[in-house]
Design a protein around this ligand. Structure first.
Ligand SMILES: Cc1cc2nc3c(=O)[nH]c(=O)nc-3n(C[C@H](O)[C@H](O)[C@H](O)COP(=O)(O)OP(=O)(O)OC[C@H]3O[C@@H](n4cnc5c(N)ncnc54)[C@H](O)[C@@H]3O)c2cc1C
Length: 534
């Protein structure tokens, strides 16, 4: 079979948010660009299109308007503490500093210039548990979710005044990097479907092909030591082609691939009922007022699990429980106010800019989502009483391990603590709910000490939740110009990396925990830098 060949100045493998940002900057500089992706044309923009659209900024105009006292110094110190970045992590630390210092001018202001608007109140996520997290609210959610973000950035690319210098190739799987005279000088692969070989010759190659978390076997292989052993079920919440193929290709060309165990996986995955890949999962934003139970129905403790503080720790705790999965126990009232799914697909009011619908959902609860989840999810059971609920939980699993006595004990102790009144709240979950509700962004989404057994709040609901893979925070090591680095910091000539493929910069700029919103932001910053330098 004849090999199709093409020549360009810059060849980019991966047309997600990072690859698109690379292409825009390269076109700005008058370079001839080929953007190659394994997926279909509709998916231009990659995972960002399905994402929630939250971005991390410290010292933004919105924070100032809301009276949030933030600064790059505070942001950087939170970042280092939360990610546990050590002095030996030189490139990740350099990238962390670069992101904190440059995210407002180079990501926020750039997006605003493209027409992006943010929700009026930043959200306060990853507040930290045993180590400091975000000291203040920093998660800036795009009006329109990641869908609007991706559409604006892709729109900028497709409407670029130098569009004629851009070639797009979809259905092209890159398998290898071509090296000549000690320099990376091209890409090689096959079309899908068809299997026809192709080769692209160029001056610079940028790997922007996402992470490894779409390949669950790789996720298991690089499981973080804090999480003990990988559970039997891990759902897939990443891109179907995020398989690390080009991490291997970069390594074969001499690049260092670092910290693949720094992964951002979530604790509360349920199975998607319209799967687009094997074990496709949805990541729930776990209700804070729900009781978190293990497979036997015992409340996980003594420190109870509450989301919004330390996602890495939630995963670690669940992996240590029998079966490596969990249940959340709640009722309809809690679900209406607090249950949410991360991403564009299940947030139509924000995604489609429906302000009235959004306000109604905040005030009266998200009935659409409640109906959608309870009608379709195989991982959710409802019942009027605890004995019936436990029967259905056991029927769902088919193993009878959930103990009614354990569930009754957990619920009665928790409800009794609530009924004693806020002055006597000796339960850590209630203390945290109290703190969460002091920030308006959380107050509107968190019930005020809602008992589980409450006739007016039913029916009862139990959600079976599995660990779900999401982001690779490690990857191809890069310097501050996005040049790939090999052993002893040697620059691999001609090779650049950006976005999740590069651990969002430096092969792991977040460290082992991410403050959230640093991923989309990291794709834009590293993509823009790579595009300028490639
Ligand atoms: C539901 C969801 C919600 C999220 N919410 C947020 C959020 O609110 N905030 C945040 O910061 N982050 C969020 N993220 C994470 C964020 O979306 C991703 O980290 C980011 O979009 C990754 O962009 P990327 O360009 O690096 O990679 P990707 O978007 O994965 O794009 C990589 C591209 O490379 C292509 N590719 C892969 N291998 C090959 C190959 N061998 N040859 C050719 N092409 C290849 C793929 O087809 C893909 O198009 C979310 C993710 C999901 C799934």
């Amino acid at each position: 079979m004849r090999t199709a060949s093409h020549a360009a100045d810059v060849a980019i493998a991966g047309a997600g948010l990072a690859g698109v940002a690379v292409a825009i900057e390269a076109l700005d500089r008058g370079r001839r660009v080929v953007l190659v992706d394994r997926d279909v044309e509709d998916t231009l923009g990659g995972q960002a299109k399905d994402s929630f659209g939250g971005l991390w900024f410290a010292g933004s105009p919105l924070q100032r308007r809301r009276g949030i006292p933030d600064s790059t110094e505070l942001g950087f110190s939170d970042w280092l503490a939360f990610g546990e970045l050590q002095a030996s992590d030189a490139w990740p630390r350099a990238w962390a500093r670069a992101y904190v210092e440059r995210c407002v001018p180079e990501v926020h202001d750039w997006l605003v210039a493209l027409g992006i608007r943010f929700m009026p109140v930043p959200m306060w996520v990853e507040r930290g548990l045993y180590a400091p997290g975000n000291s203040v609210p920093r998660f800036h959610l795009v009006w329109g979710t990641g869908r609007a973000l991706a559409e604006r950035v892709v729109g900028r690319l497709l409407g670029h005044p130098r569009r004629s210098l851009l070639t797009l190739r979809f259905g092209h799987r890159v398998d290898a990097l071509v090296t000549r005279a000690g320099r990376v000088s091209g890409l090689r692969g096959v079309t899908e479907p068809g299997g026809e070989p192709f080769e692209i010759e160029c001056e610079s190659v940028v790997v922007a092909a996402g992470g490894i978390n779409g390949d669950i076997e790789r996720v298991r292989r690089h499981w973080h030591a804090d999480w003990s052993v990988p559970p039997r079920v891990i759902l897939n919440g990443s891109h179907r082609f995020a398989d690390g193929r080009l991490h291997d290709a970069a390594a074969a060309a001499g690049a260092s691939v670092t910290h693949l165990d720094w992964q951002w996986n979530y604790a509360a995955g349920i199975r998607h009922w319209r799967p687009r890949k094997p074990d496709h999962g949805l990541s729930l934003i776990p209700p804070k007022s729900a009781l978190w139970l293990n497979a036997r129905g015992e409340r996980i403790g003594p420190m109870p699990l509450v989301s919004g503080f330390d996602t890495h720790e939630l995963v670690a705790r669940i992996c240590r429980e029998p079966g490596g999965y969990s249940w959340q126990l709640l009722n309809r009232k809690i679900a209406l106010k607090e249950l949410a799914v991360s991403g564009a697909e299940f947030n139509p009011a924000i995604r489609d800019g429906k302000r009235v619908r959004f306000a109604r959902e905040l005030l009266f609860g998200n009935r659409w989502l409640y109906d959608e989840l309870t009608r379709n999810s195989e991982d959710i059971v409802l019942a009027a009483t605890l004995p019936e609920l436990v029967e259905r939980m056991n029927a769902l699993n088919g193993d009878g391990v959930v103990q009614l006595a354990a569930v009754e004990d957990a619920v009665s102790r928790y409800d009794a603590a609530i009924r004693r009144g806020p002055r006597f709240h000796d339960d850590e979950q209630l203390r945290r709910i109290d703190w969460l509700r002091r920030w308006p962004g959380d107050r509107v989404r968190t019930c005020a000490f809602q008992p589980i057994l409450d006739r007016r709040a039913g029916p009862l609901m139990a959600i079976r939740e599995f660990v779900i893979s999401r982001k690779s925070m490690g990857g191809i090591q890069t310097d501050l110009e996005c040049r790939a680095l090999g052993a002893n910091g040697r620059v691999i000539e001609g090779l650049f990396a950006a976005g999740e493929a590069a651990g969002f910069g430096g092969g792991g700029m977040n460290g082992k925990r991410g403050l959230e919103g640093t991923f989309l932001g990291g794709c834009i910053l590293s993509g823009r830098i790579a595009g300028r330098n490639a």
